[in-house]
Design a protein around this ligand. Structure first.
Ligand code: SAH
Length: 464
């Protein structure tokens, strides 16, 4: 970050703009939205520029900028379309210690003007340090479409109400109040009744929040999906963003945890990988104590919380403790893995049922309905199956499965280090033993990668 973004207060400040043409006009349009005093140095101003300067009350001097003009200048824009003249102005500005921008001359400038999305007091500045102006404009267009027109109005009314809102305790109660104003009540009132009623709405909302029972915490049991942040649901992201405490599995990657607020408390309770695992009782105790202390707790689980996630144990304990809870689903590993190999988990005329199995049970390797699973065309996704390959293979062959049955192992599905091993039942155990598969892996029994898809993820994984 060679260019450090800051917001400069231009109230009562003097800005000098040198130039007579369209480029100067574009800058003047921007500056006119600020409270700065602007002096325009234009020896031969184009008509549109002169007219606009008069309109917005900028001072127009029909001469070149001189050293004495710089006395109280905060910013200087050189937009004369004459490299020599721009350089002369740059020399004067530097000597006077004013910050300088030469339009379209990154190297010669002290500062650059970003692309701006203006919903003042909410403003977004987009800069690429000159690398990709096209990109900056595209981002600006995208944000212009996404940020409602009324955002500035909401923020102005909100700003005036900040002091009153301090009647609410600092932290969660105050954050809840503002979240409800900006994302629900505010936009609704603005839409239905216009800005005049915003004050009234804020006051009513404040009274409602002041009357709320303090300390009503809750727990959301949220599916984080298979690992890629953009495979989370919008609801999961929103809950994560509002969480005070995040109790997460080892399966949840850092990229997803970073979506939570920085001040949130993170408690890893990984039961996977190399870290120490937290006993289930302890996880439940943590959820309950934090929720009882008034926190919004997100219990974040890999994939879908309702699939091999011990969900019921946790929700039953929460109910017993009288704590509000809700479940937010996620994309389970089987879905992510099937997507990665471009295959369908069910197919007309092939399999009418899909089995989701765990290879591990409380007592070790899990027994299954092997007879059904060994039938031709049966499809199963085997969770936690990495170390059970030999067991699965033995049981299935014993029950008459075809040794040529495809078994595709997908490790780290949807993540940059995803690996796809297209194997068969016959060689499964040997191949798995020979290939060190790192990270969580799922076995798709009865499925082979779609031809076109087989190489690509592998290639991407190797490149990435
Ligand atoms: N609730 C999770 C499953 C938890 S059990 C879900 O719905 O996906 C843990 C097992 O899930 C792992 O042993 C592995 O078999 C599987 N798994 C989870 N994430 C995975 C991923 N990104 N790629 C492959 N397998 C995954």
């Amino acid at each position: 970050m060679q260019h450090f973004p800051i917001y400069l207060n231009l109230a009562n400040r003097h800005v000098l703009l040198a130039g007579s043409g369209e480029v100067a006009l574009a800058k003047l349009r921007l500056l006119a939205r600020t409270p700065a005093r602007v002096t325009l140095f234009a020896p031969e101003p184009e008509a549109a520029l002169a007219a606009f300067a008069t309109d917005v009350g900028a001072k127009l001097l029909p001469r070149a900028l001189q050293a004495q003009d710089l006395q109280d200048a905060a910013l200087v824009y050189a937009a004369t379309a004459d490299a020599q003249e721009d350089a002369r102005i740059a020399g004067l500005a530097r000597a006077a210690g004013a910050l300088l921008n030469i339009v379209d001359n990154l190297d010669g400038s002290d500062f650059i003007t970003p692309a701006i999305v203006d919903r003042a007091p909410v403003t977004v500045a987009i800069g690429t340090e000159g690398a990709a102006p096209v990109l900056a404009r595209a981002i600006k267009t995208d944000l212009e479409n996404r940020l409602p027109e009324g955002l500035g109005t909401l923020a102005r009314a909100g700003k005036l109400f900040r002091h009153a809102a301090e009647a609410l305790p600092y932290g969660r109660p105050r954050r809840d109040f503002w979240a409800e104003y900006y994302f629900r009540t505010g936009p609704q009132v603005l839409d239905a009744a216009g800005s005049e009623l915003l004050d009234h709405a804020l006051e009513a909302l404040l009274q409602a929040h002041l009357a709320r029972e303090p300390g009503a915490g809750r727990v959301d049991l949220v599916g984080a999906g298979p690992g890629a942040a953009d495979l989370m649901t919008l609801r999961a992201r929103k809950l994560l963003d509002q969480a005070d405490v995040v109790i997460h599995d080892g399966l949840v990657p850092q990229g997803i945890l970073e979506l939570a607020r920085r001040e949130a408390e993170f408690i890893p309770v990984g039961k996977q990988g190399f870290g120490p695992s937290t006993p289930q009782d302890e996880i439940i105790r943590l959820m309950i104590t934090h929720a009882q202390a008034g926190a919004r707790v997100v219990r974040l689980k890999g994939g879908d919380p309702a699939i091999f996630g011990r969900l019921d144990e946790e929700t039953e304990a929460l109910s017993a403790a009288g704590i509000d809870w809700a479940v937010t689903p996620g994309i389970t590993a089987a879905s992510a893995a099937a997507a990665s190999i471009g295959a369908s988990l069910t197919r007309r005329g092939r399999n009418q049922a899909l089995h989701l199995l765990t290879a591990q049970d409380v007592d070790g390797l899990a027994e299954q309905d092997w007879k059904t699973l060994a039938l031709p065309d049966s499809v199963a996704a085997v969770y936690m199956g990495k170390r059970a390959a030999r067991f699965l293979q033995g049981r299935l062959l014993m029950h008459g499965a075809d040794p040529a049955t495809p078994v595709t192992v997908v490790a780290n599905a949807s993540r940059p280090d995803q690996r796809i091993l297209p194997l068969t039942l016959e060689s499964l155990a040997v191949d798995m033993a020979e290939t060190a598969v790192e990270g969580p892996a799922i076995l798709l029994l009865g499925l082979a990668p779609a031809a076109a898809c087989a190489e690509l993820p592998q290639l991407l994984a190797e490149l990435g």
